[in-house]
Design a protein around this ligand. Structure first.
Ligand code: ZN
Length: 292
């Protein structure tokens, strides 16, 4: 393992789960992250403004933000209307979420997992006709705050279904930080994702990433400062902090393309934007290489 691909999710996953902030602040954060050397950023989501007011200005934010040619930007969408907006805005990497847990899916999306899978099957041709790709993020893959354990077989069945329907990429989301190295091993023995999205809610984020790395996964989501959580899951907070992941990987001799100092500046900006201290340890202590 010599390099890992990190997708920075603070501008979307992070800010969507905070109190709304002005478009200008979102653009500043996006631009700062675009300059860190990170190669992929989840930039915005195209959701109904009544459902998620935090992302009501997605079109404006994206239109005014720096589009760094070295960075692949993606957008999250909930439905056909969202996909059309994302495509019109120029996105060619589109993500959609379905929960492995039926209860979480109903709370999040107001329909059963099966109904969401039917919706996704309908979305895929539309996205492909526009020359874009669709990533399906399977939320609550490692456990559900309402149902508890999630059977890896259920996640595998969802993956088989969406792959058969033409999905381009699969991600597993640890929506409420229930994953542990044991759960990572158990699920990945059953079915492999392209990318993993861990939360550090219970302190196991880096351990889970190391476990998945050992199993050959090389793509991970992370959020500057650890910004973000999940509004539909009680008590859930804390995406894995990008700088904690980068700090660890670089010390292991694994390249991410990211300049850690610039990333820490972006994480400080994220704190300013949301007006509170974020949970990242490396942001508090500084990197090990900073001696004074
Ligand atoms: Zn997240």
């Amino acid at each position: 393992m010599t390099s890992v691909s990190i997708r920075e999710v603070a501008p979307r996953d992070g800010l969507q789960n905070e109190d709304p902030v002005p478009a200008a602040d979102k653009i500043r954060l996006l631009d700062a992250l675009s300059g860190t050397g990170v190669r992929r950023i989840e930039a915005v989501s195209f959701v109904h403004p009544k459902a998620i007011p935090q992302m009501a200005d997605a079109d404006e934010v994206w239109a005014k933000a720096w589009h760094n040619a070295e960075v692949r930007y993606s957008a999250l969408i909930p439905n056909t209307r969202g996909a059309q907006r994302a495509i019109a805005a120029g996105f060619r990497e589109i993500e959609v979420v379905v929960s492995a847990s039926d209860t979480h899916n109903r709370r999040n999306l107001n329909r059963s997992t099966e109904e969401s899978l039917d919706d996704i099957a309908g979305l895929i041709p539309l996205v492909h006709e526009a020359g874009a790709t669709l990533e399906v993020i399977v939320a609550t893959s490692f456990g559900c705050p309402f149902e508890g354990d999630v059977d890896p077989g259920r996640v595998a069945a969802i993956v088989a279904r969406v792959r058969a329907d033409g999905a381009d990429r699969i991600a597993f989301g640890d929506t409420t930080g229930m994953a542990t190295p044991r759960r990572v091993r158990d699920l990945l023995a059953e079915v492999r994702p392209d990318l993993l999205h861990f939360h550090n809610t219970r302190g196991t984020g880096l351990a889970n990433i190391l476990t998945a790395l050992d199993l050959g996964v090389t793509e991970f989501d992370a959020s500057a400062g650890g910004l973000g959580g999940c509004p539909y899951a009680p008590g859930a907070s804390g995406n894995v902090a990008t700088e904690e992941v980068v700090h660890m990987l670089h010390d292991m001799g694994i390249d991410t393309g990211i300049d850690l100092d610039r990333l820490l500046e972006a994480a400080e900006l994220a704190e300013q934007v949301v007006g509170r201290q974020l949970p990242s340890g490396v942001l508090r202590a500084g990197p090990r290489t900073r001696l004074a």
